[in-house]
Design a protein around this ligand. Structure first.
Ligand SMILES: *Cc1c(COP(=O)(O)O)cnc(C)c1O
Length: 380
C-alpha cells in the first residue's frame, strides 16, 4: 500500500471494525422518520439542512476518561448557558462522507486519516484525545444504524460530521474537565446542482484566518468564525470564495476558508502551498498529491507567491487553479481577483486536469474504479 505524508495512519481491518462498532449501545429512536418522508428528504437535500434519525455520542470526564459509547435519537442538546464552549470556543470537528456503491454496499474514504487529524486538532485545542478506534467505530456504528439515509444518486452521499466540545459548566479559563463527542449525519446531493461550475476567488490582503503558532492547522470552529467576514467581503466584490495569504508576509497563497488550493502550470507540474502550520492538511489534498504523482507529473509543495500566480495568469504559465475538500471534492477556479488584478483562469472553463482528477477521485469513492491505495473502508 502506498500512502503519503502525515495523513498516514494505520488502517483498521474489517474484522476489527466489528469489535469497535459493538462497543456502542444502540438506543434507537421510538419515532423514526417514516420511509416516505425519508425518501422525499433524500431526493434533493440542501447541504446541511436534513439530518438522519440518530447520532453517535461519547462523554468524557476528566476523572473517568471516555464513557457511555452510544447511538441515540438525533435531537437538541441540553447545555448550561455557562457551558465553556459557548464562551471560549474549545471545539473541533471533522467532515467525511459515506458513499453508496452500485451493489448497495456503503463505504467511507480514509477514515483513519480524519481520525488522526481529529486527534491532532484535539491536542491543539487542549481537548482529550479520542482514539482512532473510537472515532472510526462511532462513524461506522452511526452509518449502520442509519444506513437507509445513505442516498444512492450520482454524487450524493451521507455527509458525516464528528465534533467535540467543552460541555463543562464553568466560566473560568482552562481546558474543560467535561467534554462531549458526537457524530451527526446529513444526506447531501451533488455540490454543484446542474454540473460542475468554476468558482471565482477573491484574494484577501486585509484579513487572515490564522497565523504562525495559531490554530490554522487544527480543524476548529474558531478558524471558520475568523473566515466569515472576509468571505462576506469577497462576495461583496462579486466573488464566490475568499483565498487567504500567509500572515507573516501577506504575499504567499495559503488556502480558502475551508478548502486547499492547487495550481497547474503550463509545463504540467502541479503545485500546492506547503504545510507551514497555518494551513489545514486536507485529506483530499493529500490524496490528490498521490494521484497526480501517480500520473508521473511533478508535484511540488512549496511557498507560492501570489505575484508569481498573477504574472503566470497574465503570461500563460499558470494553466489551471482548483480548490479541494471533502464537501465539494475538486472545484475548478475560473477567476482570480484581488485589489490590483483580475484574471480569468483557464478561460473561465473547468480545467482539463482539474476535471480528470475530480473524476478519478470520485470514481474511487463511488466504487467505479479500483482502489489502488487501499483508501476505502466498507461500513455496511
Ligand atoms: C476541512 C478543511 C479543508 C479540507 O480538508 P479535507 O480533509 O480535504 O476535507 C481545507 N481547509 C480547511 C480550513 C478545512 O477546514
Amino acid at each position: 500500500m502506498t500512502t503519503t505524508s502525515s495523513t498516514t495512519a494505520s488502517s483498521i481491518l474489517p474484522s476489527e471494525l466489528e469489535d469497535l462498532v459493538a462497543l456502542f449501545d444502540v438506543r434507537g429512536t421510538d419515532d423514526p422518520t417514516p420511509d416516505a418522508d425519508r425518501e422525499a428528504a433524500l431526493q434533493a437535500p440542501k447541504f446541511g439542512t436534513v439530518f438522519s434519525d440518530h447520532m453517535a455520542r461519547i462523554t468524557w470526564r476528566q476523572a473517568d476518561g471516555w464513557l457511555d459509547r452510544r447511538i441515540e435519537k438525533y435531537g437538541p442538546l441540553q447545555l448550561d448557558p455557562a457551558a465553556a464552549v459557548l464562551h471560549y470556543a474549545q471545539e473541533i470537528f471533522e467532515g467525511m462522507k459515506a458513499y453508496r456503491h452500485d451493489d448497495g454496499s456503503v463505504w467511507t474514504f480514509r477514515p483513519e486519516a480524519n481520525a488522526a487529524r481529529f486527534a491532532r486538532s484535539a491536542h491543539r485545542l487542549a481537548l482529550p484525545a479520542l482514539s482512532i478506534d473510537d472515532f472510526v467505530g462511532s462513524v461506522a456504528a452511526l452509518v449502520r444504524t442509519d444506513v437507509d439515509w445513505v442516498p444512492s444518486g450520482e454524487d450524493s452521499s451521507l455527509y458525516l460530521r464528528p465534533f467535540m466540545f467543552a460541555s463543562e459548566t464553568f466560566l473560568g479559563v482552562r481546558p474543560a474537565a467535561e467534554v462531549e463527542y458526537l457524530v451527526i449525519a446529513s444526506p447531501v446531493g451533488p455540490y454543484f446542482a446542474g454540473g460542475v461550475r468554476p468558482v471565482s476567488i477573491w484574494v484577501d490582503e486585509d484579513y487572515h484566518r490564522s497565523g504562525p503558532g495559531g490554530t490554522g492547522d487544527a480543524k476548529c470552529g474558531g478558524n471558520y468564525a475568523a473566515s466569515l467576514l472576509p468571505q462576506l467581503l469577497a462576495q461583496e466584490k462579486g466573488c464566490d470564495q475568499v483565498c487567504f495569504l500567509d500572515a507573516t508576509t501577506n504575499t504567499h497563497l495559503e488556502e480558502l476558508g475551508g478548502m486547499n488550493v492547487f495550481v497547474v502550470m503550463a509545463d504540467g507540474s502541479v503545485h500546492t502551498p506547503e504545510l507551514t502550520g497555518s494551513i489545514l492538511e486536507g485529506v483530499t489534498r493529500s490524496s490528490i498529491l498521490q494521484l497526480v504523482g501517480d500520473r508521473g507529473r511533478d508535484v511540488v509543495e512549496r511557498r507560492i507567491p501570489l505575484a508569481e500566480i498573477v504574472q503566470g495568469l497574465a503570461d500563460g504559465t499558470v494553466r489551471e487553479i482548483f480548490a479541494c475538500g471533502t464537501a465539494a471534492v475538486v472545484t475548478p477556479v475560473g477567476r482570480l481577483a484581488g485589489s490590483t488584478f483580475d484574471h480569468a483562469v483557464a478561460g473561465g472553463e473547468p480545467g482539463e486536469l482539474t476535471m480528470d482528477i475530480r473524476h478519478e477521485l470520485t470514481d474511487v469513492q463511488y466504487g467505479r474504479a479500483a482502489d489502488r491505495h487501499g483508501w476505502m473502508r466498507r461500513l455496511a
